[in-house]
Design a protein around this ligand. Sequence first.
Ligand code: SF4
Length: 328
Amino acid sequence: SQLILDIKNLTVNFRVYGGYLKVLNEVNFSVAQGEKVGLVGETGCGKTTTMKTVMGILPQPPGKIVQGEIFFHGKNVLTMKKSEVEKMRQTGISMIFQDPTAALNPVFTIGQQLHDVVQHSQSSDDGQSRLSAHQVSVRALQDVSLPDPKRILDNYPLQLSGGMRQRVCIALAIARSKQLLIADEPGTSLDVTIQDQILRLLNQIAAEKQMAIILISHSLGVIREWTNQVYVMYAGSIVEESTTEELFSHPLHPYTQALMDCVPRLTGGGTAEGIPGRIPDYFNPPTGCRFHPRCPRAFALCSEKKPALYRVNDTHQVACYLYQEANQ
Ligand code: SF4
């Protein structure tokens, strides 16, 4: 089906004292209409930086886009005018973050913050313009299953619980955008039961509104349960892509295999932390395949040249020389 988002060869550095951190290294990533796509990898591997670049909120400086293209409905975000990027954020893509408190302004009521968003997005959506901003705001809070929306509109963020604040963030995101929602570790700062409710809610909203979702997580359990397509990221590159089902039944990249080995077998929970070896130094990253210093199967070529993504079948790609012959 049709691609909504298509990231090609995205390379991003961060300027630091004495040089650059080479944070993203030729990232390729795409999302089709209605897909639920997971992006999994260790903390600090570049997941959030990739998505902030998509949203046009990468701080520049210190960030610097070295190369690449990001197409949203076929239009390159990196060459859009500021006003076009703004419009894309109001009606096309929105992002929710791990910490709902930081995303809300403490000095305005929920109602004030929702009205503001609704007014902006309505100017470009005639279907809703007959409803008042108030009605749309109430409906947005109902969409995220918040009880007593009229009362919540008058509340300030700190009057609500963490779980309710996260729901408000989702309401703000979906009031704004109707096509793609990027959820960065949603609910991770909350307890497990609430996190599960938040993920369930996102899933339900995506289905009802036929939105695509990108779910960023370091948790394999979350990815397995809530996505149907998955990208594995390591040290600023995509190392494996496949359907979620196939990734969990046939993980191919040695990094993905190492991740799976850390997961307690019965629960299928676990996170992308704690595989052996040191996390990479982005100041002076390993040459070739950035995983080679930690890879049990590395051979000479691995440290010389970065492997391309090799296609092993219609739905599975892997950036590892062990699968090079699959492409020939
Ligand atoms: Fe390991 Fe080489 Fe494959 Fe990288 S390319 S994952 S170092 S075998």
